[in-house]
Design a protein. Structure first.
Length: 132
């Protein structure tokens, strides 16, 4: 069992210059779990994909494509469309669970609140996780 070492006046601390300056990432808007059917159009090639938003905030979303394959579309400009809003943005992350999209313009807070109220639950609790 490891014991913690307390820093006391006799224990030398690292000088400020020796400490690592780790940059932390902080979102401007909170993301909310949801399951909202929608489409994502890749503007440059005109391809449109059916899928669902699995997270949403005023500044972005996670779009899970209905296809089993997630292609590397990092940096692509897209148009996300749902029954609640339509927003242009850029794909900032490509993960197994979908594309992380940052919107160019914020989605109204009232729209996000309505989505959370009507469809605010985890994917694991939705029809997307249920198999026959």
């Amino acid at each position: 069992m490891k014991s913690a070492v307390a820093i006391t006046p006799t224990t030398p601390a690292l000088p400020q210059s020796a400490k690592l300056n780790k940059k932390t990432f902080s979102r401007r808007h909170s993301r909310h779990d949801c399951v909202v059917i929608g489409t994502m159009k890749v503007i440059d090639i005109g391809a449109e994909f059916d899928g669902a938003l699995t997270e949403v905030s005023q500044g972005g979303c996670t779009f899970r494509q209905a296809s089993m394959f997630v292609l590397d579309r990092l940096g692509e400009t897209v148009l996300v469309h749902t029954e609640f809003f339509e927003a242009e943005g850029r794909i900032r992350a490509v993960r197994e669970d979908g594309y992380g999209v940052q919107f160019f313009n914020e989605v109204d807070e009232g729209v996000v609140d309505r989505i959370v109220q009507e469809y605010g639950f985890k994917v694991s609790d939705s029809f997307l996780a249920k198999r026959n």
